[in-house]
Design a protein around this ligand. Structure first.
Ligand SMILES: Cc1cc2nc3c(=O)[nH]c(=O)nc-3n(C[C@H](O)[C@H](O)[C@H](O)COP(=O)(O)OP(=O)(O)OC[C@H]3O[C@@H](n4cnc5c(N)ncnc54)[C@H](O)[C@@H]3O)c2cc1C
Length: 379
């Protein structure tokens, strides 16, 4: 029997889930709130790890395409002291494909491929236990029922309340993102400073990180500990006002580093919210969650990877069709919770050390994360 399966959200989790199901010939309805794929800027790049995001793409049959699009050289990482001294300058070997980077927009288009997304279908509520399955209500007042509703609708999931009362909480760390275009021609000194990959500078309870995306585009992130209301006297839509406030916050840092804030535009405030570490729920027949909806954690290189692998694994299990659909989902949830719980612990501890009163902690994190042979590759 064909199940009526819907996935809410066309992010990394939802699209990977749908793409793998599609590859197995299983129909799935993709419900996405955005009116189209280019409705909003896709955001910065993602590093996809071997055994996580890359494994998910393998399950979707997209490894070759990923290899062609991704940028292994962007794994490079340079760390400066706040006075501009180079503390680490790590470059990957040409054949190092442990964590190559890909632009989010490219990843989305790769996953979208032949998928038929129902754009502009914002979900307001999911009600399990209805007579004919699980009821999904939409922003336009319509409703539809499915046998399985998969909530892949991110941090502020509208599906999550159907299985869990828990909501994300603020970590005490916030960030402001800025963009720089045509870096090589418009800001060559900054281009040189950032190199092929990322630049990071760690100070007391704050950091500045810049990442080179494709096409000479750079995303910079000013991250700091602050109350959620730190900007009450600030108009966040006013780039000049945000810039001066950040320059005051990072006062005394090396001039070339502060150029990231002076030249950056399009500031976006992104407070870091998380779900509790090891968030689980009592299984509800016909509804489950994937990705950030299930386990929002600090943005330290794991969220999209986990989201994609979960999507791929759930889709494979459903396509295998060996047992009852509900038992398949239940078994998947146990597996997801165990792995996500481990990563939530790692990333929570990582955030504490990367935005810490002692900047040496951040350097220690880098030295632990990089393979032991990196010392010889540091310049
Ligand atoms: C600055 C930053 C850098 C990061 N870097 C990395 C990295 O390098 N590597 C990594 O692995 N992770 C990274 N992450 C984390 C990563 O972005 C998330 O974990 C990942 O996007 C989660 O994917 P998702 O599909 O679960 O949710 P999302 O990406 O949030 O997608 C959810 C989708 O659901 C849609 N939606 C929302 N509500 C509704 C609704 N009611 N109805 C219908 N549709 C809805 C949204 O429009 C969206 O398309 C980073 C995060 C940030 C903030």
């Amino acid at each position: 029997m064909r199940h009526r399966i819907a996935v809410v959200g066309g992010g990394p989790a939802g699209l990977t889930f749908a793409r793998v199901l599609h590859g197995h010939g299983c129909p799935v309805t993709i419900l996405e709130r955005d009116p189209g794929p280019d409705a909003r800027p896709p955001g910065g790049m993602l590093d996809l790890h071997q055994g996580l995001g890359q494994l998910a793409l393998e399950k979707a049959g997209l490894s070759a395409e990923f290899e062609a699009l991704s940028r292994p050289e962007a794994q490079a990482m340079r760390i400066l002291d706040t006075d501009g001294t180079v503390l680490r300058d790590w470059r990957p070997r040409p054949d190092d494909r442990a964590n190559p980077e890909i632009d989010r927009g490219q990843l989305r288009d790769l996953l979208l491929g032949p998928l038929d997304v129902r754009w502009g279908r914002g979900v307001t509520q999911v009600v399990p236990g209805a007579r004919d399955g699980v009821l999904v209500r939409f922003t336009d007042g319509r409703q539809e029922t499915f046998d399985l509703v998969v909530g892949a609708d991110g941090a502020w999931s509208r599906v999550r309340p159907a299985v869990s009362p828990v909501t994300p909480h603020y970590t005490g760390v916030t960030s402001v993102e800025a963009s720089l275009d045509d870096i090589d021609t418009r800001h060559p000194a900054l281009a040189e400073l950032i190199g092929d990959g990322s630049l990071a500078v760690y100070g007391v309870n704050r950091s500045l990180v810049a990442q080179r995306n494709s096409g000479g585009h750079v995303k910079a992130y000013a991250r700091f500990r602050a109350p959620l209301e730190w900007h009450t006297d600030l108009d966040l839509a006013d780039d000049e006002a945000v810039r001066s406030s950040l320059l005051a916050l990072f006062d005394g840092w090396a001039a070339p580093v502060l150029d990231l804030l002076r030249r950056g535009t399009g500031f976006v405030h992104r407070p870091t919210y998380v779900l509790p570490v090891s968030h689980t729920w009592t299984h509800v027949p016909g509804v489950t969650l994937l990705g950030d909806a299930a386990h929002l954690m600090p943005p330290l290189g794991a969220g999209a990877n986990l989201a994609m692998l979960e999507g791929a694994e759930l889709a494979e299990s459903i396509a295998a069709g060996s047992g009852d659909l509900d038992e398949t989902v239940r078994a998947f949830e146990e597996q997801m919770w165990a792995r996500a719980g481990r990563w939530a612990k790692i990333t929570t501890a990582g955030l504490d050390r990367l935005v810490s009163p002692d900047p040496a902690e951040a350097l220690a994190v880098f030295d632990q994360v990089q393979p032991s042979d990196t010392a010889e590759r540091r310049r």
